[in-house]
Design a protein around this ligand. Structure first.
Ligand SMILES: [Zn+2]
Ligand SMILES: [Zn+2]
Length: 303
């Protein structure tokens, strides 16, 4: 019998863990929720993501190799120090890629689908974009190439980073030990990231190390009195992968068509999601500001 490749083993391991989570939820041993339509939509998103990644792999390698020729140092893949450095620096690049993907609509249009589920379980982790490679969200990694990290080292480490993030998409684990919660991204921190509550929206961007959010002022801890409401500020209520992948692009082009000036075109494309010319749009900042200005005692989750 032909041996399985590492990629195939990882796919099977992910499915095995999803089945385990489903069984534990059904037995009422852990918290969580699965619905068939939502899980199938997430699997469809991963299939499309895989197809676009494969289709564009050649172009990605060409771009990375071209930039690598301008490197300052020659960093060896056999150096343990180089691996220690790239684990940290890749996650720093991930933080900025992820933050830009939330704060600027052009990149949000690709990333939004990862946040489109109103459930939060291991299948949410595989709900991945179809247009991420096309819009160049890998640009923050160019800095690593210019420093001198080889492209194959960057591809491997960014893959390991995404692999780390699989297990944190669950409600089955409430909190990890305090030291772990301080240093690393955890199910609790990432539940916050997937929530649309005013307190939580656009927070906790790190991939592995939560220290980036603490350092750059985007960290917020999950609170038991403000349970996460998963999904978008305005949910899209569809399980069709094509609509999930392209709905924000369609909305963006519609808004550009209605724009009355260059400023409005720029705001529709590169402003924050929810941007409106008069500044009144439901952006994360406006939603948070309205909630903070609400009278004391109002339910935070309902605001
Ligand atoms: Zn995100
Ligand atoms: Zn996620």
């Amino acid at each position: 019998m032909k041996a399985l490749t590492t990629a195939q083993v990882l796919v099977l391991a992910r499915f095995a863990l999803m089945l385990l989570e489903m069984a534990l939820i059904r037995a009422h041993l852990v918290h969580g929720r699965y619905t068939l339509k939502d899980t199938l939509a997430s699997i469809g998103m991963r299939a499309g993501n895989y197809a676009t990644n494969v289709a564009l792999a050649g172009a990605t390698v060409v771009v990375f190799t071209w930039i690598y020729q301008f490197r300052v140092y020659d960093i060896s893949m056999s150096s343990p120090w180089a691996w220690a450095a790239i684990v940290v620096l890749d996650d720093l690049a991930y933080y900025w890629f992820h933050r830009i993907s939330h704060e600027c609509r052009f990149w949000w249009a690709a990333h939004v689908n990862h946040h489109s589920s109103q459930e939060y379980n291991l299948s949410t982790a595989i709900r991945q974009p179809w247009t991420g490679v096309l819009v160049g969200t890998w640009a923050p990694w160019f800095v690593l190439l210019l420093i001198g990290f080889p492209p194959e080292m960057i591809f491997l480490q960014s893959g390991l980073n995404l692999l780390y993030q699989f297990w944190i998409h669950t409600e089955a684990i409430r909190r990890m030990p305090a030291w772990f919660e301080y240093l690393f991204n955890t199910p609790s921190h990432h539940r916050v990231h997937h929530a649309s509550n005013p307190r939580y929206v656009d927070r906790n961007y790190a991939g592995i190390f939560m220290v980036w959010d603490r350092m750059f002022g985007t960290f917020v801890a999950e609170r038991d009195d403000d349970p996460p409401q998963y999904g978008l500020i305005h949910d899209i209520d569809t399980f069709n992968p094509i609509k999930i992948a392209f709905h924000e692009w369609a909305a963006m082009f519609r808004d550009v068509g209605r724009a009355r000036s260059l400023r409005e075109i720029g705001g529709c494309i590169f402003g924050p999601p929810g941007w409106r010319p008069d500044g009144s749009g439901p952006t994360a900042a406006n939603v948070r500001a309205a909630w903070m200005a609400a009278p004391q005692g109002e339910s935070p989750a309902a605001s």
